[in-house]
Design a protein. Structure first.
Length: 105
């Protein structure tokens, strides 16, 4: 399940693992990755997936220095572990999810 970010970053910080998917409604690449992002959110239940509309939540995009969309930011307990810009393939996201989940070791 992908949650829609509502402005409360505390919810994101409370998750052990979270993925922030910065996007915008008029972004064709964002819509292109949407199907596999939903698939991954079901496959990786231990990670909370959050879609952040940069037009509605510009301060959060600025906080994370998001310069383009889609940008994915992988967090552990609210701290950035890694990020991706201009994602195109499901496998690219899976690689970063494995890095995130391996950040405990």
């Amino acid at each position: 399940m992908i949650r829609e970010f509502d402005g409360d970053f505390g919810k994101v910080e409370r998750a052990k693992y979270a993925l922030l998917w910065f996007s915008s409604p008029g972004c064709p690449p964002c819509r292109m990755i949407e199907p596999f992002m939903h698939e991954l959110s079901e496959e990786y239940k231990e990670v909370e997936f959050w879609e952040v509309d940069v037009e509605k939540h510009l301060p959060l995009a600025e906080k994370f220095d998001v310069m383009n969309v889609p940008t994915l930011i992988y967090l552990k307990e609210g701290n950035e572990i890694t990020r991706q810009n201009l994602v195109r393939k499901k496998e690219e996201v899976e690689e970063k999810l494995m890095i995130l989940l391996g950040s405990d070791s």
